[in-house]
Design a binder for this molecule. Structure first.
Ligand SMILES: [Fe+2]
Ligand SMILES: [Fe+2]
Length: 256
């Protein structure tokens, strides 16, 4: 609530709105990035000076958000699974399906990680985001497969056992056509030596929405251990090209 004078001008009303949008946490002020606000259909960002003026005794949050699960000092992939991925079921079911199908560990890991972009970060172009996050830590084939499943999902390959998902017709309409860049990536992937690795993500993806299936992250700890190069310093602190992405996941409401 804004306990200050009733806003009268347009800019005062905007400031009051920003104050409403921010979350106050004891002595700290947590802010939402423009991207979070755009999800409400507005291109806006919190007004830093106005927030500070309205809360002169508080500092902006520049570290861990106490509302979120606590992360250890040297976080591992498993810590992100447990504390920052909104849903594990789909990933675990896909990986379990691949494991039961007798696929190699690269395929199983690709299935386990294929949607971490969605689970932790963002839906739009999730395959590309997810691939970028894991690229420094996995075999190139795994990150390539995760990246390309974004495009392959939209194209059937009956010989490989993959039909266009009925769900997509329900979700996106029968006339939905992927963007040209997706079509171009699909065509490139089709001719690539690792095509089947990415295609197997789609094949194992489509059957894995059973809410009753018993799945457990413990089943994959060894596969992660053998195939994910966990940095000693902790994910986010290892100076890799994607460290900043893991840090942002750790501290999504930091002011800067
Ligand atoms: Fe996906
Ligand atoms: Fe998926």
């Amino acid at each position: 609530m804004n306990e200050h004078a009733q806003p009268t001008t347009l800019s005062q009303r905007a400031d009051a709105l920003e104050e409403q949008m921010m979350h106050e946490l004891g002595e700290r002020i947590a802010t939402r990035s423009t991207l979070f606000i755009m999800a409400d259909g507005k291109v806006e960002m919190p007004n830093g000076p106005a927030l500070k003026a309205a809360n002169p005794d508080k500092y902006f949050l520049m570290g861990a958000d106490p509302r979120l699960p606590k992360m250890p000092a040297k976080p591992t992939l498993i810590d992100f699974f447990n504390n920052r991925f909104a849903s594990l079921n789909h990933l675990l079911q896909s990986a379990t399906h691949a494991l039961k199908g007798g696929h190699n560990e690269k395929v199983v890991l690709a299935c386990l990680l294929h949607d971490i972009g969605v689970a932790s970060f963002i839906r739009c172009d999730h395959g590309y985001w997810g691939a970028q996050m894991i690229e420094p830590y996995v075999d190139e084939e795994v990150s390539w497969a995760v990246r390309m499943h974004q495009a392959l999902r939209f194209f059937a390959d009956p010989a490989a056992g993959y039909e266009y998902p009925e769900m997509y017709i329900k979700y996106f309409g029968a006339d939905y056509k992927p963007e040209p860049y997706i079509v171009a990536d699909y065509e490139r992937a089709r001719k690539h030596k690792w095509y089947m690795t990415s295609r197997l993500i789609c094949v194992n993806d489509i059957y894995s929405f059973d809410p009753n299936a018993k799945v457990n992250l413990d089943d994959f700890v060894d596969i992660i251990g053998r195939n994910f190069k966990q940095p000693e310093e902790g994910l986010g602190f290892d100076n890799s090209p994607s460290s900043h992405m893991w840090r942002t996941l750790m501290w999504p409401t930091r002011f800067l």
